[in-house]
Design a protein. Structure first.
Length: 483
């Protein structure tokens, strides 16, 4: 039997198929098939068919089982991740393997993971990062790969993974059970954490933020923070920061070696069909997931996606659902690699523009500046969103080449503000842009107040990874106890 173009015999029994994982999880919980059948209100024969991969487990039953097992979403996400590797037996475009992957964990913060697998062979290498910190790995793992676990992830800090060789990465919530016996690295206690980006502009702002908050003697600030983090871990991170800043270049963010997202409608439709099947989702499941995105964004309750609309889309018929390809991209966790949806750009005043993306869209957006006059003025394209700003030099007038910049839209962000000099026009879209400049690799806080808010978000993440509290930080900074 094969799943997603990968022979099941090539992977371990526990992660070889959705059914194998369901069976193993039930056994570890000490449940019988009758227990499962009573919990999700189906027949025992139905449970047997799920565990033998004769039938796909319905999304609602899977979610009910995840809840009953207190898996916090881990079972749901693992079942949907197992089928991700998509072969190209017919030579058609696929969503991978590729080197660059990413995910934003919207909603309440909590434990998350990234599952990294090789596309060939038994080894994976690369790094993950949240902000400027992350984990490097170069391991012999077998085809089942390695799990990168994080006990806390904020929706303001996306998790990105860059591989040294094209492979597969899936992201999920909850804690991966130890009985899977897979290699893993963890950011808990900053155990496997390293400095990934040493020259990001935000580092200087963070350092100044600590100095501004500190109420102790400036000369002792480093030692007090070292005690808070732990001497051994602090010294290692400090040496990495110094060594890489002096010699090596930071991890590159270009995805130029990755496959291009589909450029025409029929390729996108075929990809979405394969992604849905790989995620073990029916057309009805996809409709429910897309409808939940619309509802979560605060849209009118009567707006929803139906199974028939997903079916019509997959059969190439026109859809009345606005931005349906982008909705399905999010429902399938494709992170913008399966859609390219234009968004209207409005002009506020001379040289200043705005792009309002749907409230439910969380993922990469592309902004293209193209010459609109015979002699476009020199200058920069400026993007500003909430508390972040990015400035990109435009090509010289004689080249007349467009410039595309990619920005990661996070949950709850306001419209993206843009500025260009005279003689340039702007276009915006949802989805990944092949060859675009990554704005998020070199963004900077919009102002001092914005830097303070960004530092606060990062601090909450770092403190939870360390197992420390706000009170611990206050003591290190000699701040009086809060009343």
């Amino acid at each position: 039997m094969a799943l997603g173009g990968v022979a099941l015999s090539s992977v371990s029994s526990l992660l070889g198929s959705p059914g194998a994982l369901l069976r193993a999880w039930r056994t570890e919980m000490g449940w019988t098939q009758d227990d499962v059948a009573r919990t999700v209100r189906v027949s025992r024969a139905a449970v047997t068919s799920w565990e033998t991969d004769v039938r796909r487990i319905p999304a609602r039953a899977l979610e009910d089982l995840d809840f009953a097992y207190v898996a916090d979403g881990c079972l749901v996400d693992l079942v949907r991740a197992i089928g991700s590797p998509q072969g190209s037996r017919d030579g058609s475009w696929v969503a991978g393997p590729r080197r660059h992957w990413g995910h934003v964990f919207a909603g309440n913060p909590g434990p998350v993971w990234a599952w990294v697998r090789p596309s060939a062979g038994n080894r994976v290498g690369g790094h993950s990062r949240m902000g400027v910190l992350g984990m490097r790995f170069d391991e012999v793992t077998g085809p089942d790969g390695i799990f990168l676990s994080h006990p806390y992830a904020s929706p303001r800090l996306p998790l990105r993974v860059a591989l040294s060789e094209p492979g597969w990465v899936d992201f999920g919530r909850g804690t991966v059970p130890p009985w899977l016996e897979r290699p893993f690295k963890t950011s808990a206690g900053l155990a496997d954490v390293e400095v990934i980006i040493t020259r990001h502009p935000v580092i200087g702002w963070y350092m100044q933020g600590f100095r501004d908050r500190d109420r102790g003697t400036p000369e002792t600030l480093r030692d007090r923070l070292r005690t808070l983090v732990g001497a051994e871990r602090w010294d290692l991170l400090e040496s990495q920061l110094r060594r890489r800043a002096e010699s090596a270049s930071d991890a590159g963010q270009s995805a130029g070696t990755d496959p291009r997202p589909p450029e025409v409608a029929h390729e996108r439709i075929a990809l979405h069909r394969r992604l849905r099947e790989a995620r073990a989702m029916s057309q009805a499941d996809a409709a429910v997931a897309a409808s939940a995105l619309l509802a979560g964004a605060g849209g009118p309750g009567e707006i929803r996606v139906t199974r028939q609309q997903v079916r019509n889309y997959e059969e190439g018929r026109a859809s009345r659902v606005r931005y349906l390809p982008a909705l399905l991209d999010m429902a399938y966790g494709a992170f913008g690699w399966s859609c390219w949806e234009p968004v209207r750009v409005t002009r506020n005043r001379a040289g200043e523009f705005e792009a309002a993306f749907p409230g439910w869209w969380v993922g990469p957006v592309g902004i293209t500046a193209a010459p609109s006059a015979a002699f476009p003025s020199p200058g920069s394209l400026t993007l500003a969103s909430r508390n972040r700003r990015f400035d990109c030099a435009l090509p010289s007038a004689d080249s007349r080449a467009p410039r595309t910049v990619e920005h990661l839209r996070l949950p709850g962000e306001p419209p993206l503000r843009m500025r260009v000099p005279p003689g340039w026009q702007l276009r915006a879209h949802m989805g990944h842009s092949a060859g675009a400049m990554d704005a998020d690799a070199i963004w900077r806080p919009a102002d001092a107040e914005a830097a303070g808010r960004l530092l606060e978000v990062s601090l909450q993440t770092w403190l939870r990874l360390l197992g420390r509290t706000d009170a611990d930080l206050d003591r290190a900074l000699r701040i009086e106890p809060r009343t």
